[in-house]
Design a binder for this molecule. Sequence first.
Ligand SMILES: [Zn+2]
Length: 94
Amino acid sequence: MEKELKLIHVCEVCGKTKIMTPKQAFNEGWDYPPRMGTFGVVSPRTCGDCGIVDTLWMALQSGKIKSLDDMTPEQQVVLARIQNEPASITPPED
Ligand SMILES: [Zn+2]
């Protein structure tokens, strides 16, 4: 059986990061692709302790963000990271 790849999980709300398999993340309540959502597509990227209220996805849903200029620097970082998945969350080889 192929070993499940580990990914860098970054909670966009509290900033917590954890390198683990998607299965482990799912079991710990993270919303993260590939189990929750799709790589490269904006949806909540949160840990088990955080809700979706403060996510970029929610901000987009609210209609307050119409262009990149409406985003905070933090939101732009989140967007760039999501758009470059899975490369952006792949740990460096050791
Ligand atoms: Zn969090």
